[in-house]
Design a protein around this ligand. Structure first.
Ligand code: NAG
Ligand code: NAG
Ligand code: NAG
Ligand code: NAG
Ligand code: NAG
Ligand code: NAG
Ligand code: NAG
Length: 519
């Protein structure tokens, strides 16, 4: 009955006995992997629940390693030629390769697991052994980094250490002379994204810490590293990256104050725009909506940064916030574009000799356009790469080019606006030659163009500056100030520098003062 399990079909009686024994061995092998599975799972649960104590982690890690090595070495069976056993369980992959006296190999095949492989000169080792036999076990642990943490790699620099490979272990069980004839080479797949600014170390586990002695990085590219070691043991690849500079509390204070000042002026500008419909010829819709979008965006950003620690606990909330921020900032830019378009239409109307007041696009229609465009971009981004939202700061993730879902549309709008302004100037120039236009109207249009252009430059530039803040403190501060003072700027240009509104303010302040005097 047992022979039913055996793949060989022509079984002579003599061979049948051998095959049955092999089958029993196979069953034992299965038992061993089952035991391994249980042991590793239980140990991991225990360790995760008591992960605070480093000594405990180290001793648990050593126990797991020792137990696994022992169990896996039980898979080694005497063989005349070559044999191999491999198994995969949730927590590890294991592989045993055995060479006997009658092996006819000119090259030892590479021992492969999913994320790592090893090249070892087993033939040379076999020749050094009197019994002319050798065996190598190779294990790749998927979750061992929870026990043998990369932080146990003590270096002189205070760097952040990240495990870049699975923890692997290679031993030569049931082999008398385990001296290596050639360095052993491991090809390790990076299990995390490699930070090009980081430095890689091939390390081995020595009782209580990761150390480099005898191991070196042979070659590396973005997704694989080959390590070479002169001895066998437990290995890993650790990446060191420099710690981000401590958060500058002075800069944070400056940021907070600037953003709040900006928000106050945004509100004032918005209030002024909605209350004072000072000139029926000027379409305020775009300006009001720029203020609404940016006011909400800056406010949400400020609140998010203040309560970042609370928000970060809920990844979904963080992603939703970054989506909303994406939408709001984009809307601001779309409205800036609409404002330029309106200005363009206005200038075109001027240049018409018989000045027919064309029906300017209705506000409702503008609002639909203004917010739909941004919504479509966000919806497309969510559809294409939902995981792009929710960075450490609950903003768009910078890696994998996802930031272009914001910078792309912004660049397009900045380019379109530049073209529009060039067109506006050309139209204006031709209108100048046309003396039929009222001088006062001409002057007012020019002022309007200048203001819109200034707004475009200031709002657009502050974001372009954001590209380059990576390495310069001065630029970072400049970006911080420019970006937070968008509201202040809008208020200055459209309210303070506007004669009619200034007169309105004077009236209000005057009546306030006289009101105060009477009390
Ligand atoms: C392992 O053994 C199987 C047969 O049992 C064979 O097909 C395979 O090539 C062997 N693998 C290696 C790496 O030698
Ligand atoms: C590992 O790489 C080194 C350097 O390339 C080489 O000398 C050595 O023979 C390699 N070891 C094996 C087992 O292939
Ligand atoms: C790490 O190494 C430094 C010296 O380089 C030593 O002073 C320190 O005690 C070591 N820390 C641990 C945890 O081994
Ligand atoms: C660690 O410091 C040494 C000099 O002390 C430097 O050469 C090396 O690049 C530093 N490593 C990292 C990862 O910063
Ligand atoms: C192999 O590495 C990939 C990441 O590159 C990881 O997602 C996967 O879980 C790893 N598989 C094993 C068996 O370790
Ligand atoms: C651990 O390191 C010490 C020296 O730092 C060395 O003497 C010892 O042989 C190492 N142990 C192993 C298992 O490599
Ligand atoms: C990186 O190196 C590995 C092994 O050395 C190789 O298989 C892989 O193709 C390389 N990848 C790139 C992008 O060069």
């Amino acid at each position: 009955m047992i022979s039913f399990l055996i793949p060989d079909l022509n079984i002579t009686p003599f061979e049948e006995g051998r095959a049955t024994r092999r089958c029993v061995e196979n069953l034992l092998d299965q038992d061993i992997t089952e035991i391994l599975d249980v042991v590793l799972n239980v140990l991991e649960k225990i360790s995760v629940s008591s992960s605070a104590d480093q000594n405990k982690l180290v001793s648990d890690g050593n126990r797991v390693l020792k137990a696994c090595e022992k169990l896996v070495s039980m898979l080694v069976k005497p063989t005349n030629t070559t044999a191999n056993v491999s198994f995969t369980i949730d927590t590890m992959e294991g592989l045993v390769f055995m060479v006997g006296p009658n092996a006819t190999l000119d090259k030892i095949p590479r021992l492969d697991t999913t994320n790592s492989s090893v090249d070892i000169d087993l033939i040379g080792i076999t020749k050094n052994n009197s019994k002319r036999s050798a065996a190598v076990t190779f294990m790749s642990f998927n979750t061992m980094e929870n026990l043998l943490k990369p932080d146990f790699f003590n270096t002189s620099n205070d760097t952040i250490k990240t495990m870049m490979s699975t923890v692997i272990s290679a031993t030569l069980p049931k082999t008398t002379n385990t001296k290596l004839t050639k360095p052993v080479n491991f090809t390790l797949k990076h299990i995390r994204e490699f930070d090009p600014s980081g430095s890689l170390s091939c390390v081995y586990w020595n009782i209580s810490e990761w150390i480099v002695d005898g191991c070196s990085v042979l070659e590396t590219n973005s997704s694989y590293t080959v390590c070479s070691c002169v001895h066998l043991s437990t290995f890993a690849l650790i990446m060191q990256t420099s710690r981000p500079p401590a958060r500058d509390s002075l800069l944070e204070m400056l940021n907070l104050v600037c953003v709040i000042v900006g928000l106050v002026f945004f509100s004032l500008a918005l209030l002024t725009f909605t209350l004072c419909q000072w000139s029926p010829r000027v379409n305020n819709v775009a300006r009001i909506n720029i203020c609404i979008s940016l006011l909400l965006a800056h406010l949400l950003f400020l609140l998010t940064q203040q309560f970042l620690r609370l928000i970060r606990r809920h990844q979904v909330l963080c992603a939703v916030i970054s989506g909303v921020l994406h939408f709001l900032f984009l809307s601001g830019f779309v409205w800036m574009f609409i404002e330029a378009v309106l200005l363009f239409i206005c200038v075109k109307n001027l240049s018409q000799i018989s000045f027919k007041k064309r029906e300017v696009l209705s506000s409702v229609f503008l609002c639909v356009i203004g917010y739909t465009v941004a919504l479509v971009v966000v919806a497309m981004s969510v559809g294409l790469l939902p995981e792009g939202y929710g960075s450490e700061h609950c903003w768009i993730k910078m890696d994998k080019g996802f930031i272009w879902s914001f910078l792309g549309p912004v660049c397009v709008i900045l380019a379109l606006n530049t073209i529009l302004f060039i067109n506006i100037f050309i139209s204006l120039n031709s209108t100048l030659k046309n003396l039929n236009v009222e001088v006062s109207q001409m002057k007012q249009t020019k002022i309007m163009i200048f203001k819109t252009l200034a707004q475009f430059v200031v709002l657009g530039c502050s974001w372009i500056l954001g590209f380059f803040t990576n390495d310069s403190k001065v630029l970072e501060i400049l970006f911080l100030i420019l970006n937070s003072q968008q509201g202040t700027f809008i208020f200055l240009v459209y309210c303070v520098l506007n004669n009619e509104i200034r007169q309105q303010y004077r009236k209000i302040i005057g009546s306030l003062c006289s009101g105060l005097k009477q009390h």
